[in-house]
Design a protein around this ligand. Structure first.
Ligand code: TGC
Ligand code: FAD
Length: 394
């Protein structure tokens, strides 16, 4: 295994550090140090082998990266939303798949159990998920229903003290290793309902999705339910309808807005360093105007996005952030990360396509990040509907 040294230095062109509290800066230092020590040295090899570094589950639990905004009494961190965002930024600076693991566990598995679950469910699942003893996954997307989850066909039927679950979910992060799945299914009244499915329940399988060119260090799979008997005590009692899963997605999309920015920052930092070290025509390539244009545009977009996610974090902390504001930030961070990764890769010439540098891995990862949790176009339509009042989805 090649030894890789992580030299990352965070771009902060507008002294945005001054907007952070002492606690938020401490969170950032701790997660950044963890990524430098435990993620950067190994992640390229795992991505090349398309293998999930399972050891990170316990490590992320120990670091407090699972459910940082969940109250301490349930094993969470009791932190604010900017701290959570910074964690996601630092993790994705290492790799989008590592951030995915944390986003899914915290926002898509712990959050629904915390927000919609019974007291018994919270006590049973949250501490084990927070510590990384258990890994969870979130099943919303189906083979024929991605952007339009309200048309899902996965269903539960009443059978006395339990329900019978049938259907299939596709593209599910963490599925192959998860002990617990929060699954969204329609009840006999056609209402979308959350159920907690545990590995080992008869008829429940999680086939792995192979041959991805993106998020190669993250495990993706299907969830297949063939007459699975799920005890009624595993139904999330406090929500019905699409607003249940969409409420979770709001938290996760917020984290992605910070996370994708982390990937962009890593690409910029790598390209900037390379531009000072790589000489052509007797000069560092950073001395040529065309390369400076790329770098100047990168740092401008990063700075704008840093301001955007920080402000969104303030609104989240005050309980005032709207789903449309979250969509705008998720979309913008993915857009700039994709563009910055492409430009940064070109700046490294041939070296940019190798695993020697993180850029091509980020570039491929962002293709998933720009697609999941609502595609780029879906988020644009959410903004369009918000500003015009017209629904262009249907
Ligand atoms: P619509 O009629 O607009 O809404 C249904 C109900 O939901 C409410 N709502 C929200 N609530 C909370 N947060 C949000 N973001 C919400 N957006 C909408 C809405 O008010 C309504 O409530 P109520 O009380 O009136 O019933 O629903 P629609 O069927 O028209 O769909 C709208 C649309 C297209 C925007 C939505 O379905 C959507 O966002 N589609 C994209 C699907 C998606 O994002 N899937 C993600 C799957 S999970 C995933 O990708 C995880 S990747 C994880 C990783 O590895 O990091
Ligand atoms: P489709 O919905 O078929 O969309 C295809 C194209 O049509 C897109 O460009 C889309 O923007 C466009 N389109 C669709 N509707 C409209 C419209 N009304 N107007 C204009 N354009 C439209 N899901 C989970 O539930 N849990 C997970 O953990 C999870 N993890 C994932 C991990 C990875 C690596 C990936 C790639 C996906 C994951 N997903 C997960 C699924 C993800 O959320 C979906 O892929 C995404 O929501 C898009 O659905 P789709 O792939 O079916 O595309």
């Amino acid at each position: 295994m090649a030894v890789r040294t992580d030299l990352f230095e965070s771009p902060d062109y507008y002294q945005l550090d001054e907007l952070l509290t002492e606690e938020q800066r401490m969170v950032r230092s701790a997660v950044r140090a963890y990524v430098k020590k435990e993620i950067s040295p190994i992640i390229e090899d795992y991505a090349q082998r398309a293998e999930f570094p399972i050891q990170i589950v316990k490590q992320l639990g120990d670091m407090g990266c699972f459910g940082p905004t969940v109250p301490v009494e349930y094993g969470g961190g009791g932190l604010d939303y900017i701290s959570y965002g910074i964690m996601m930024q630092e993790l994705e600076r290492g790799d989008s798949g590592v951030r995915s693991t944390a986003s899914v566990q915290g926002s898509l598995v712990m959050f629904p159990i915390y927000a919609y679950g019974s007291e018994a469910q919270k006590k049973k699942y949250l501490p084990k998920l927070a510590s990384g003893e258990w890994l969870g996954c979130f099943g919303l997307t189906e083979p024929d229903h991605g952007s339009d989850p309200s048309s899902m066909i996965t269903n539960i039927k009443d059978a006395g003290d339990h329900v019978i679950l049938n259907g299939a979910k596709m593209w599910i992060s963490n599925a192959p290793f998860a002990q617990v799945a929060v699954v969204w299914a329609k009840n006999e009244a056609g209402e979308i309902t959350g159920v907690i499915v545990e590995r080992g329940m008869e008829g429940f399988t999680t086939p792995t999705t192979h041959e991805k060119w993106s998020l190669r260090a993250s495990a993706t799979g299907e969830l297949v339910f063939d007459n699975v008997k799920v005890p009624k005590e595993n139904i999330l009692p406090n929500v019905k309808g699409l607003k249940g899963p969409l409420g979770c997605l709001s938290k996760a999309r917020y984290g992605i807005a910070w996370g994708a920015l982390g990937a962009a920052m890593d690409c910029y930092d790598t390209a900037l360093r390379y531009s000072k070290e790589r000489f052509q025509f007797g000069k560092p390539i950073g001395a040529f105007q065309l390369q400076q244009k790329k770098l100047a545009e990168m740092v401008t977009e990063i700075t704008k996005a840093q301001l955007m996610v920080w402000r969104l974090g303030v609104l989240m902390n005050e309980g005032r952030a709207t789903p449309s504001q979250i969509s705008m930030a998720k979309r913008n961070s993915c857009e700039i990360a994709a563009q910055i990764a492409r430009d940064a890769r070109q700046m490294l010439g041939g070296m940019g396509i190798t695993g020697e540098y993180s850029i091509m891995r980020h570039m491929m990862n962002i293709e998933s990040v720009i697609t999941y949790e609502g595609t780029h176009d879906i988020h644009l339509l959410i903004t369009g509907m918000d500003i015009t009042g017209f629904n262009a989805f249907k």
